[in-house]
Design a protein around this ligand. Structure first.
Ligand code: ATP
Ligand code: SF4
Ligand code: MG
Length: 321
């Protein structure tokens, strides 16, 4: 059986008035059924844009300009919008959006909001049935089902995030993209949410793409890791191998800069700034910050080198020349 998701050379650009932002620029990844892929990288490297693209929900002025998204063998890039909406988006692939817990409708009960998410996609479901399912979903994410009648302001941050997870899982998708699902939560609640996602994923044999800039958090849940820098994947492989033996200088620095005592606002830190994605540096995009940069790095883009089966790194240091 082919992998559940195969992304080939995907490119997503924002055509802003100030220039073309190449947010995702030739990304290839694969996710198997039941597998968790971690997508890591600094702020602005294109993680959320990649997530949006997989659901074909890139906000304007962005659009997919190239590549393929093969989901269970079907290319979502070229699929007519109505088929995508009817058969794939939310039903088979869903997304927990970054910051969604703060975007719940304040004047409607959480039960109504979950029920509505169900009714939009399943035409034959009555309001009553949808509310019953909402209660079951709340139970599944560890919230008292009686809470269907609660409003978002009556819930803690952790509970709101559980509601958002319930909504993303309402139609029993095969793949869930979780975009920074624990940022803005305190460390204890973060761990609870990660455990919940881990359990749900196992129980439902769901595949997951977990997006975060927090490598320590990702280590606990990921089967595979893709490290992204300035719109490109720079290292990709089984997560235990990559954590044990990071090969790309950027991954090495990212792993080294995991703070020992993590405060909620303390992010990883590497000297220098990520590039402006309208005018990325020539050659290797990391070269202005790389301690090992060579002449070739400033001129030519490094190829994706297969170090061993399923383990890749895009860096001239590993090229046989
Ligand atoms: N609507 C837009 N118009 C123009 N540029 C955009 C737009 N949305 C995002 N970008 C740019 O695209 C790039 C990738 O953004 P994206 O939000 O995907 O990054 P990210 O990795 O998710 O960052 P973060 O960790 O901060 O969430 C950034 O350079 C960003 O400025
Ligand atoms: S290709 Fe060159 S600049 Fe880029 S990460 Fe490797 S050594 Fe550094
Ligand atoms: Mg983001």
């Amino acid at each position: 059986m082919p992998p559940l998701l195969v992304v080939q050379n995907l490119r997503v650009y924002y055509y802003s008035l100030r220039g073309i932002v190449k947010a995702v620029d030739g990304v290839s990844i694969e996710v198997d059924r039941g597998e968790t892929l971690a997508l890591a990288g600094e702020s602005g490297c294109g993680k959320s844009t990649l997530g949006f693209a997989l659901l074909r929900l890139v906000p304007p002025p962005g659009r997919i300009v190239g590549g393929r998204i093969l989901f269970d063998g079907t290319d979502l890039v070229t699929l007519p919008e109505d088929v995508l909406r009817r058969e794939y988006r939310w039903k088979r692939i869903s997304m927990i959006f970054q910051g969604a817990m703060n975007a719940l409708n304040p004047v409607r009960t959480i039960g109504d909001q979950i029920a509505e998410a169900i009714m939009i996609h399943e035409k034959n479901v009555t309001k009553r049935e949808a509310l019953e399912r909402a209660a079951e979903l709340l139970k599944m994410v560890g919230i008292d089902p009686k809470r269907v009648k609660s409003y978002p302001h009556e819930l803690s941050g952790g509970m709101k995030q559980r509601v958002v997870i319930a909504m993303a899982l309402a139609l029993n998708p095969d793949l869930v993209i979780a975009d920074e699902p624990t940022t803005a939560l305190d460390v204890v609640v973060q761990a609870q949410i990660m455990n919940l996602l881990k359990t749900l994923k196992k129980e439902r044999n769901m595949a997951m793409i977990m997006i975060s800039h927090d490598l320590a958090l990702l280590a606990e849940i990921a089967d595979k890791i893709a490290v992204m820098y300035a719109g490109k994947i720079v290292e990709y492989g089984p997560s235990d191998v990559v954590y044990e033996n990071p090969m790309h200088p950027y991954t090495q620095l990212l792993l080294r800069s995991i703070p020992r005592l993590r405060g909620p606002k303390e992010l990883v830190w590497i000297p220098g700034q990520p590039p402006d994605l309208r005018t990325p540096p020539p050659g290797c995009r990391f070269h202005p910050r790389c301690p090992f940069a060579m002449d070739v790095c400033r001129r030519e883009e490094p190829p994706m080198i297969e170090i061993e089966p399923n383990r890749y790194v895009a860096c001239w240091m590993y090229a046989k020349r």
